[in-house]
Design a protein. Structure first.
Length: 217
């Protein structure tokens, strides 16, 4: 499994997204921002689902701590907070605890907070929004390691993800080998194109019909 993650980490989100397109698979999510580092992250997914606190019993266990304690080094925690409430389900102490555990980063479908603290930690936080408002009394954790939805993509525990400045891209666990092989082939062709440009080949020739049809199934 480490080899798969290493291969995934060598390809940017655009390369993985192109492979998904070629294979007819969903997985690319736009509009989630990289707030705290310039680093790409790649790894296997652990999931957390949030809900509005109103009408739900309170708990003494803090949000996301179960996922952090269950994580293996290199895992990525993915949190769904679609309540519509302006309340953060991720912050500085969670980032520190995750970093100590070896978690590669967090992706939040919703708001995160303590962005400056997470930046000081150099812990990667990708989120839909940012806020200063606490989760206390507003949102609660309703599930750990159950399928979540990020953008329009359903993400299951054990799936793979790569996230960088362009997008967040998820790969179903059952498709990882096929996607990696396809992405590696695409990246190799694009690197050859870049080399031809450096050698002075006209860009209209380099990015001609072969480029336009490269992702056809």
């Amino acid at each position: 499994m480490d080899d798969l993650i290493a291969r995934l980490g060598r390809i940017d989100s655009c390369g993985i997204s192109d492979a998904l397109d070629k294979l007819g698979l969903p997985g690319t999510v736009g509009g989630i921002h990289r707030f705290t580092t310039d680093r790409r992250i790649a790894g296997r997914v652990l999931t957390v689902t949030m809900g509005a606190a109103e009408g739900r019993p309170s708990t003494t266990r803090h949000l996301c701590t179960a996922a952090i304690e269950a994580a293996n080094p290199g895992d990525v925690i993915v949190v769904e907070q679609r309540t519509g409430l302006d309340a953060a389900c991720w912050g500085g102490n969670l980032a520190l605890g995750a970093q100590v555990r070896g978690v590669a980063g967090v992706i939040v479908e919703g708001p995160a907070r303590d962005i400056d603290d997470c930046r000081k930690l150099d812990f990667p936080v990708f989120a839909r929004e940012h806020t200063a408002r606490t989760a206390r009394g507003r949102i609660v954790e309703v599930a750990t390691n159950e399928p979540v939805r990020v953008g329009e993509v359903t993400v299951a525990p054990g799936d793979y993800v790569v996230a960088d400045g362009s997008a967040v891209v998820f790969v179903p666990q059952a498709e990882i080998l096929r996607v990696l092989e396809t992405a590696e082939s695409i990246v190799a062709r694009e690197e050859a194109m870049a080399e031809n440009l450096r050698k002075g080949m006209p860009i209209s020739q380099v990015m001609g019909i072969n480029y336009e049809t490269m992702l056809k199934k």
